[in-house]
Ligand binder design. Structure first.
Ligand SMILES: NC(=O)C1=CN([C@@H]2O[C@H](COP(=O)(O)OP(=O)(O)OC[C@H]3O[C@@H](n4cnc5c(N)ncnc54)[C@H](O)[C@@H]3O)[C@@H](O)[C@H]2O)C=CC1
Ligand SMILES: O=C([O-])CC(=O)C(=O)O
Length: 255
């Protein structure tokens, strides 16, 4: 599988290292879309990729799928163009917090949109639970190191947000993408409740999901190590892209 990567930040460089640095898998990043060629020039030699700043040239390059690891605005800017030309995997899930882009993807008869689970898991259960029955409540409680959420110096854990996933992503676009994948898998952004806690005593990103409905009830807790290049981002988010890409080529589908 030939990959076109958008973004060469923490997740992007993790993917370059683990995909192009591993001869065992059947994936290669061929093209990388960046804003500043000079800044990332070194990647061309290290990972044998070609850098692009023009979206059309990037999409016309020798790639099968676009993997996005930039930010919500970039997805909003380029999604329409990309999905006409290629399959896309996107991790800046906040871009799908209203139905606009999801509808376009749903109606596309030529290309698919893949949304990896990112910093959480359990989305198979959530989708199963809502398939033929109701989900009554769905709540995400996220606890992150205070410094990744606020510039204020906090001496104790503080709830900095409580409300819907829709409002959570608007206020914390770099920290609440998981609230949107959870909503999309479950009962929508207005019905999914979020509590966000800034905790000065922890160095992990901890996510707790509580769900109840006709199926019964479930709770999950994820205690994630952050990526050292970007402590806002859990290593699991980068892994979820890598593993979702791998599964695309598998004959056995689990979950
Ligand atoms: N769904 C999930 O569970 C998670 C999603 N994320 C999201 O994943 C995305 C990437 O995260 P990180 O790699 O940690 O962020 P990062 O800030 O380390 O890297 C983002 C990179 O994108 C580049 N970029 C920005 N605009 C661009 C454009 N128009 N064209 C090309 N490149 C552009 C930036 O220069 C930067 O190098 C963010 O949107 C983040 O919020 C992060 C963690 C979990
Ligand atoms: O990586 C994480 O733990 C979650 C995150 O930042 C997000 O959802 O935006």
């Amino acid at each position: 599988m030939k990959i076109g990567l958008m973004g060469a930040g923490a997740i992007g460089q993790y993917l370059l290292k683990h995909i192009n640095g591993n001869r065992e898998n059947h994936m290669t990043v061929k093209s990388v879309f960046v804003r500043n060629i000079e800044k990332y020039k070194h990647l061309e030699e290290t990972f044998h990729v070609k850098l692009f700043t023009d979206i059309h040239e990037f999409l016309e390059s020798d790639i099968d799928i676009v993997v996005e690891a930039t930010n919500i605005e970039t997805v909003e800017q380029y999604f329409h163009t990309i999905i006409k030309e290629k399959n896309m995997m996107s991790i800046s899930i906040g871009a799908f917090s209203d139905d606009t882009l999801l509808k376009i993807a749903q109606e596309s008869d030529s290309h698919k949109l893949y949304l990896p689970s990112g910093g959480i898991g359990g989305l198979d259960l959530i989708q199963n639970a809502r398939a033929l029955g109701n989900i009554d409540t769905l709540t995400l409680t996220t606890r992150k190191p205070a410094s990744s959420l606020t510039e204020e110096v906090l001496s104790e854990e503080t709830i900095i947000f409580e409300g819907s996933a829709k409002d959570a992503i608007a206020k914390y676009p770099k920290n609440m993408n998981i609230s949107i994948i959870l909503s999309v898998a479950g009962i929508g952004t207005e019905n999914t409740k979020v509590v966000l806690v800034a905790d000065p005593t922890i160095d992990k990103n901890i996510h707790n999901i509580e769900v109840s409905g006709e199926f019964g009830q479930a709770s999950f807790t994820f205690v994630n190590d952050p990526l050292k290049e970007n402590p806002k981002t859990s290593a699991l988010a980068a892994l979820s892209i890598y593993a979702t890409l791998e599964r695309l080529e598998d004959n056995i589908v689990i979950g």
